[in-house]
Design a protein around this ligand. Structure first.
Ligand SMILES: Nc1ncnc2c1ncn2[C@@H]1O[C@H](COP(=O)(O)OP(=O)(O)O)[C@@H](O)[C@H]1O
Ligand SMILES: [Mg+2]
Length: 396
């Protein structure tokens, strides 16, 4: 495969040199533009595979450049753009993402982080063609995002991960992204003595060998990256250094699926997980407060430039009576509910209490079958081709 070509847009010769050197070392081809106007010309002429775009540029600034590029490419092409900024402000990030950036980096950043983000984007936007080169294609990253606490996000993430491994024969790693109150240890009957993500982030460098030594191989067949053993250790997982992004990027090189369980918070760490995901499953139940949250989160995700195919609604406990039908929920959200998982509190809670996931112990139950069916469909789903999730606006 030809080396990916990366366009560096920066007016500072030192930055150009340092970035150029780092990228060439890793086998990338490097193109340089010194201002916004030149960036547009080079993009047009050279069709780079990715653009590193500084925000502070002479003539056109980074936001304007990103907007122009998106306007010029139309809806067919999409060159990944990483905004480079000196600001840590979340407002800036949102503005950059709105202008059409796919990701952002805050100066100063570590070369490992730069490379992790670049690889992640190249993998995400590479055309998914059948792999004839013998190289393992990068695995897919699926986030399970709970629109509200208690809707069953962890239950679904764990059981879906196990079903992908057992029924679909995939290599699966499950990451507990609830950094403060992660409960995979409870669900999977593991003690506090097990290694966790903390052991990854405190190491001087994050690499495959380190990850291998921290991941836990569970009896169910999946591998686990556990949350910190206590809430105050959560902050060791650092959003400024994009620990999550680095970890996800390494994991996707070795697994068919990286499954991440996150809660409803839209903080920097969760936004990193969401940006790195091929698909975000928004887990919900059919009640009003959940619908409200889902509405808000769909809006935020679309502002972040997440195409609707990358965000899928999963209705959990779909057969429970709530007074709101699937049809009601869909028309309120103007979105199709892509998946439904039935209600079975007895099976769900017994499996939690015994630490034996129902995808293993009770796969013959309606709940077990429902998750297997979900996973079968999700395994077939190609994020880039499923744009049919948006409903036409209601006519009433
Ligand atoms: N499909 C289901 N049917 C019945 N109960 C469920 C279902 N999914 C999850 N539960 C139960 O809901 C509770 C909350 O689940 P959990 O996965 O911890 O939610 P979250 O991670 O969203 O906070 C648990 O007691 C779990 O057993
Ligand atoms: Mg949970």
């Amino acid at each position: 495969m030809a080396a990916a070509r990366i366009l560096i847009v920066d007016d500072d010769p030192d930055t150009q040199r340092v970035l150029g050197y780092t990228l060439k070392q890793e086998g990338f081809q490097v193109l340089v533009a010194v201002d916004g106007a030149e960036a547009l010309r080079v993009r047009e002429r050279e069709k780079p595979d990715l653009i590193l775009l500084d925000i502070m540029l002479p003539k056109l600034d980074g936001y304007q450049v990103a907007e122009r590029i998106r306007a010029e490419e139309g809806s067919v092409a999409h060159v990944p753009i990483v905004m480079v900024t000196a600001e840590t402000d979340i407002e800036q990030k949102v503005r950059g993402l709105r202008a059409g950036a796919d990701d952002y980096l805050v100066k100063p950043f570590h070369p490992a982080e730069l490379l992790a983000r670049i690889r992640s984007l190249l993998a995400r936007f590479a055309p998914r063609v059948a792999d004839t080169t013998g190289h393992a294609a990068a695995g897919r990253v699926l986030a399970f995002y709970g629109a509200k606490g208690g809707v069953g996000t962890t239950t679904l993430a764990i059981n879906a991960a196990i079903a992908l491994q057992r029924d679909q024969g995939r290599r699966v790693v499950l990451v507990d992204g609830n950094l403060q109150f992660g409960d995979h240890r409870v669900f999977l009957d593991l003690g506090l003595d097990r290694k966790s993500i903390v052991d990854v982030v405190v190491a001087p460098t994050i690499d495959q060998d380190l990850l291998k030594s921290v991941l836990i191989h569970h009896d169910t067949g999946i591998d686990l990256l556990l949350a910190p053993p206590s809430p105050e250790m959560a902050e060791l997982v650092n959003a400024d250094q994009h620990h999550m992004t680095q970890i996800i990027e390494l994991l996707r090189q070795r697994y068919d699926y990286v499954i991440i369980d996150i809660d409803k918070r839209l903080d920097e760490t969760n936004l990193d997980v969401i940006s790195a995901s091929d698909v975000v499953f928004v887990v919900m139940t059919a009640d009003l407060s959940c619908l409200k949250n889902v509405r808000l989160v769909l809006e935020t995700m679309s502002q972040l430039g997440m195409g609707s195919g990358r965000v899928q609604l999963v209705l959990n406990r779909s057969t429970a009576y709530t007074g709101i039908t699937v049809k009601n929920a869909e028309s309120a959200l103007r979105r199709r509910i892509a998946y439904q998982v039935v209600n079975d509190y007895r099976v769900a809670i017994t499996s939690l209490n015994t630490g034996a996931p129902f995808a293993v112990a009770r796969s013959d139950t309606a709940l077990g079958k429902s998750v297997v069916e979900f996973v079968r469909q999700a395994d077939r789903l190609d994020a880039s081709s499923s744009d049919a999730t948006e409903l036409a606006p209601a006519t009433t």
